[in-house]
Design a protein around this ligand. Structure first.
Ligand SMILES: CCCCCCCCCCCCC[C@@H](O)CC(=O)SCCNC(=O)CCNC(=O)[C@H](O)C(C)(C)COP(=O)(O)OP(=O)(O)OC[C@H]1O[C@@H](n2cnc3c(N)ncnc32)[C@H](O)[C@@H]1OP(=O)(O)O
Length: 241
């Protein structure tokens, strides 16, 4: 049987391990959030400079695409943070949010050059940039225990208008892509083929557009609940947590 001294030292070791892990997690998250805030700030400055110099949004996507692809893809780490339990966040909401962004960047805007100059692309780019600068700076200052109220306010109020505008920009962009996808048959597999499988990217896009109808309200109401919790101190139990 272990003596109470041995039990005490095992408990101490366990506590030290937990503290080290929590310090490492906080250090990593602080680094991650600072890097992401900086990345989206770089994007904001690049977009503003492009517009001031050229006086048009045409060509803007091409000029910022590398930075956008890098930082938006880096956000896949948010799923890892959830999976490892580093953040107390909704896995479902994070999964939908991140996958739809990756989808928009890689499988729509990056893949279909003809739509890159659409106004709708500018809309979601501006909205995403405003959202992410606010969100990541909120997380950073929160971790450092120095959260200015205006950042907290912005994080839990701006989304009320930015979310619907961003979603409208995304849906209009997918809609603009439809004729090009239909004409080119891109990412589609027609029968007959050796796998005996058919896939039509055009119909896939129509389905993705339809999935916004049930999924977007879920995200929006999730954020409204977070808002009530953070700004008004209400205790809320999330179903998937
Ligand atoms: C394969 C094809 C798929 C296609 C699917 C199509 C379906 C599409 C449906 C709709 C898509 C929406 C599209 C979207 O791209 C549109 C826009 O973004 S428009 C712009 C406006 N957007 C927003 O405002 C985004 C809002 N969303 C979010 O903030 C998050 O992504 C979300 C996951 C939705 C919510 O975040 P969360 O649940 O994490 O809430 P909190 O921020 O309050 O955080 C909860 C706690 O976790 C801590 N946390 C989270 N992350 C971090 C971090 N990185 N570092 C440190 N701490 C973190 C946070 O502080 C909270 O902790 P505590 O409770 O202790 O304070």
């Amino acid at each position: 049987m272990a003596s109470s001294e041995e039990e005490g030292s095992a408990e101490d070791k366990e506590n030290t391990k937990k503290r080290t892990l929590s310090t490492l997690a906080t250090a990593w998250l602080t680094f991650y959030n600072i890097a992401m805030t900086a990345g989206w700030l770089v994007l904001a400055i690049a977009m503003a400079r492009f517009y001031l110099e050229k006086g048009t949004h045409k060509g803007l996507y091409k000029s910022i695409q590398k930075t956008l692809k890098f930082f938006q893809t880096f956000a896949l780490l948010e799923l890892v943070h959830c999976a490892l339990g580093l953040v107390r966040t909704s896995v479902l909401a994070t999964g939908v949010q991140v996958s739809s962004r990756i989808f928009m960047v890689w499988l729509i805007t990056n893949s279909i050059r003809q739509i890159q100059n659409e106004e709708s692309v500018l809309i979601f780019l501006v909205v995403w940039t405003m959202t992410e600068i606010t969100r990541y700076s909120y997380y950073t200052f929160n971790l450092l225990n120095h959260l200015p109220y205006f950042i907290k306010w912005a994080r839990y109020n701006l989304f009320i208008v930015l979310y619907p505008i961003g979603v409208a920009g995304e849906l209009l962009t997918i809609y603009a892509a439809l004729p090009y996808v239909r004409r080119s048959g891109m990412y589609s597999l027609r029968l007959p083929n050796k796998y005996n499988v058919s896939f039509d990217y055009y119909y896939c896009l129509l389905i993705v557009m339809c999935t916004y109808i049930p999924l977007f309200p879920q995200l929006y109401f999730h954020m409204l609940r977070q808002r009530r919790k953070v700004l008004h101190g209400e205790v809320i139990v999330e179903k998937d947590e």
